[in-house]
Write a protein that binds this ligand. Structure first.
Ligand code: AMP
Ligand code: ZN
Length: 460
C-alpha cells in the first residue's frame, strides 16, 4: 500500500544500546535473519514471542514500503536434537522432521507469516566447513587434541562487543589461552573458546560428516553464520533472537563471521525480552512452561496469545498468567464483534489514524500504542463504518489478527441464541432439552463443550 517509504523507522540496536534510525545497506531490499527453533521438542509459548516479534518487525518494514528478504533457520543438528532423537530411537532426520512440521503448524495458528526462506542446518555443512577453514588459515581458530576445532576468542579483538563483555575478567589457563567449551550453551560469566567443529565421539552415534576437518559435526553457532551469509550475503541489515541469544550465540556468530570476512556482519541486532512465569523466565529447564497445545486445550484461540504479546513492547518482560490470556481473548473477540458489525462495505483508509498508527510502530515497534489507535478507530463516531473497515484491514497487515478472515470465527446469531437457551435449560436441570438443543447446534455446524467456565462453542 505504501509506495513511498515510511520516512523514519527507529529500531533499538543491542549493539549500541540505543534506538537508531533504520537505514538498510541496500535500499531496495532489507536482509533479515532470525534464529529459529531447535526442532527437538514442542516450543513453549515463550519461544513464540521471538517469532511473533520477528514477524511484526518484518511486517512493519513491509508496511513501511521496504522489500524484505527474511531467512529463518531450523536447528536440526546440535547437542539437544542428537540426545533426544537417540532417546526416541529415531534417525535425526525423522525426529527433527516431526518437530519441524509441528512448528510450522504452530506458527500458522499464530498468524506468523512464513519467512522468505527456511534453512535447515544439515543442508549447510559444506559452507560451515569453508568458514572454519578460513578461520584456521587466519589463526583465529585452532585444532584441539581430539581434532575438534575451537575459536580462539582472545585473537578476535572485538570479542564481547555485543554482550558488553570484558574479557580481562575471564580466566586463562597456564598456556595463556582461554579454557574451552564443547557444549553449545554456556553463560557470560564463563566465556571460553567455543567449538566450531566437534570431533565425533561415541555419544554422537551415527550423526557425523566426513569432511576436510575430519569426522564430526558442527557447533551450533557456526550454523547460523553459514546459513545467514550464504543466503543474505556477508553483511546483513537485521539479525533477531531472544535476549538469551545475545551471549554466547550471537557474540560467537559475530566472532566467526567477522573473523572470516573482515566485514561488519550485522548492522542492527534486535532482541525480544522474556516471557516469565511467576517472575521467572519460562524455560524447559525450569519446567514452568506451556505449549500452544495447552492453550488450545483450554479452548483459547492461539491468536489471542499473539494479541496478548502485542499489548506489551517486545523489549519489556511479560509475566504470563492464564487469566491475562483469557482477558486478551475476550478483548479480541470484542474487537471481532465490533468489526463484523461494520457491515460489508469497505471504504477509504482514515489517513489521520493511519499516520498515528505508523508513527507508533516506527518508534521501535510500539505495538501497545498502535493497538490503542485500532480501538480508537473502531469507536470513532466521526469515521464512517466503511472507512473504519478499510482502516482496520490496513492496520491488520501489521497486526495480523485476522480481521479479513473473520467469517470462520464469528458465530451466527441463531447459534448464539440456542446456546443461551441451553444455558438456561442446564440451570433448570432440564437435561432432555439441553441435549435437544445440543443436537440443533450440531446440525448448524457447531460443537459445544461443557467446561468449568461454562459452554464453549467451536466449529465442527
Ligand atoms: P531455543 O529453541 O531455545 O533456541 O529458543 C528459541 C527462541 O526463543 C530464541 O530466540 C530464544 O531467545 C527465545 N526464548 C527462549 N525462552 C524465551 C522466553 N521465556 N521468552 C521469550 N523468548 C524466549
Ligand atoms: Zn542462531
Amino acid at each position: 500500500m505504501n509506495s513511498k517509504k515510511m520516512h523514519k523507522i527507529l529500531l533499538y540496536n543491542t549493539l549500541s544500546r540505543e534506538k537508531e534510525v533504520f537505514s538498510p545497506i541496500d535500499k531496495d531490499e532489507v536482509h533479515m535473519y532470525s534464529c529459529g527453533p531447535t526442532v527437538y521438542n514442542y516450543p513453549h509459548i515463550g519461544n513464540y514471542r521471538a517469532y511473533v516479534f520477528a514477524d511484526i518487525l518484518k511486517r512493519v518494514l513491509q508496511y513501511g514500503g521496504y522489500k524484505v528478504k527474511h531467512v529463518m533457520n531450523l536447528t536440526d543438528i546440535d547437542d539437544k536434537t542428537i540426545r533426544e532423537s537417540q532417546k526416541e530411537k529415531k534417525s535425526l532426520k525423522e525426529f527433527t522432521e516431526f518437530y519441524t512440521q509441528e512448528f510450522l503448524k504452530d506458527i500458522k495458528s499464530l498468524h506468523i507469516e512464513n519467512p522468505t526462506k527456511f534453512t535447515k542446518a544439515t543442508d549447510y555443512t559444506p559452507e560451515m566447513v569453508e568458514i572454519i577453514k578460513k578461520l584456521l588459515d587466519k589463526k583465529l581458530a585452532y585444532k584441539s587434541e581430539d581434532d575438534s576445532v575451537y575459536f580462539d576468542i582472545k585473537k578476535f579483538k572485538n570479542y564481547g562487543k555485543l554482550s558488553h563483555l570484558v574479557l580481562e575478567n575471564q580466566k586463562e589457563n597456564a598456556a595463556g589461552r582461554m579454557s574451552r567449551i564443547k557444549k553449545d550453551e554456556y553463560d557470560k560469566e564463563n566465556a571460553q573458546d567455543f567449538a566450531l567443529w566437534k570431533a565425533w565421539d561415541s555419544k554422537d552415534g551415527d550423526v557425523f560428516w566426513e569432511t576436510e576437518l575430519g569426522k564430526g559435526r558442527p557447533g551450533w553457532h557456526i550454523e547460523c553464520s553459514a546459513m545467514s551469509m550464504k543466503n543474505l550475503g556477508k553483511q546483513l541489515d537485521i539479525h533477531t533472537g531472544g535476549v538469551d541469544n545475545i551471549f554466547p550465540h550471537h557474540e560467537n556468530e559475530i566472532a566467526q563471521s567477522e573473523g572470516a570476512t573482515g566485514k561488519q556482519f550485522v548492522k542492527y541486532w534486535m532482541h525480544n525480552e522474556w516471557v516469565l512465569v511467576d517472575q521467572k523466565k519460562m524455560a524447559k529447564s525450569e519446567n514452568n512452561f506451556y505449549t500452544l497445545r495447552d492453550v488450545i486445550e483450554r479452548d483459547i484461540d492461539p491468536v489471542a496469545y499473539r494479541f496478548w504479546l502485542l499489548m506489551a513492547n517486545y523489549r519489556t518482560r511479560v509475566n504470563f498468567v492464564w487469566e491475562a490470556l483469557e482477558g486478551a481473548e475476550i478483548a479480541l473477540k470484542r474487537l471481532y464483534g465490533l468489526y463484523t458489525a461494520l457491515g460489508k462495505k469497505v471504504g477509504k483508509i482514515n489517513k489521520e489514524s493511519q499516520q498515528k498508527f505508523q508513527g507508533y510502530l516506527a518508534d521501535d515497534l510500539d505495538t501497545p500504542r498502535a493497538l490503542t489507535i485500532l480501538w480508537d478507530v473502531i469507536k470513532d463516531e466521526k469515521i464512517s463504518d466503511a472507512d473504519k473497515k478499510a482502516t482496520v484491514l490496513d492496520f491488520d497487515k501489521v497486526l495480523g489478527l485476522g480481521f479479513a478472515d473473520l467469517k470462520e470465527k464469528i458465530i451466527p446469531e441463531e447459534v448464539l441464541k440456542l446456546v443461551e437457551e441451553r444455558e438456561q435449560a442446564r440451570k433448570e436441570k432440564d437435561f432432555k432439552k439441553s441435549d435437544e438443543l445440543r443436537g440443533k447446534i450440531n446440525s448448524l455446524g457447531y460443537e459445544i463443550k461443557d467446561t468449568a467456565e461454562g459452554q464453549k462453542i467451536s466449529k465442527i
